[in-house]
Ligand binder design. Structure first.
Ligand SMILES: Cc1cc2nc3c(=O)[nH]c(=O)nc-3n(C[C@H](O)[C@H](O)[C@H](O)COP(=O)(O)O)c2cc1C
Length: 187
């Protein structure tokens, strides 16, 4: 049964710099599937250079920083097996190459060959910040009440289990929520 691993995908820009983007990579053996919605820099990059690195990090600031566009230039280091980049601070990473593309007008699916497995860790605040990052990336699409209700619930896990890193990322997201005219919950 396929499942989604929330990841940071690094791809190669046309100028050879790194593009860093949070994506839910679908684990569908034997594939890792990257499914970016149109329009997307990740999508353009994968079409130009069929290589990516799927990076696993518990530093939720990378997710929050990218979706708020506050910080996208996270440190990267050269990939080993192909021209490209990987996230320097990741706990683990999988370099992948695109094997097949399932075309779709809205959301093409890039089926990738994976090289090695990942580390998984549990922390409720990290999961809560990820959920909040998804909400922030959809602020213009979701009803206000839904955003308020979900943030109120997620704030509980942040209050109980967040460390400094999670608080910082949560703060960035709540600033974006405030800018959208929504009162952030108290932590
Ligand atoms: C946890 C998480 C998972 C996401 N998963 C996806 C995804 O699977 N596909 C997608 O198009 N955007 C996803 N997004 C939103 C993208 O990160 C965001 O749109 C990003 O800017 C990608 O576009 P880009 O390639 O142009 O940078 C996700 C965001 C978060 C926080």
């Amino acid at each position: 049964m396929p499942f989604i691993r929330e990841s940071i995908v690094t791809t190669l820009n046309a100028d050879s710099s790194a593009h860093v983007a949070p994506l839910g990579v679908i684990v569908e053996p034997p594939w890792l599937v990257i499914a970016p919605f149109h329009p997307s820099t990740t999508l353009d990059n994968l079409r130009r250079h069929p290589f990516a690195c799927v990076n696993y990090t518990t530093d939720v600031r990378v997710f929050a920083g990218c979706v708020t566009r506050r910080k996208r230039d996270w440190p990267v280091t050269a990939a080993e097996r192909s021209r490209g980049w990987r996230l320097a601070g990741a706990l683990a990473h999988t370099e992948v190459e695109i094997a097949e593309v399932v075309e779709d007008a809205l959301r093409p699916r890039f089926r990738c060959r994976a090289r090695h497995e990942a580390f998984h860790g549990f922390n409720r605040a990290q999961a809560a910040v990820l959920e909040a990052a998804i909400l922030v990336s959809r602020l213009g699409m979701l009803p206000r009440e839904k955003v308020e209700q979900e943030l109120a619930y997620l704030a509980i896990a942040v209050g109980k289990t967040a460390g400094e890193t999670e608080h910082e990322a949560w703060g960035w997201l709540m600033e974006a929520v405030s800018s959208a005219g929504i009162e952030p919950p108290r932590v």
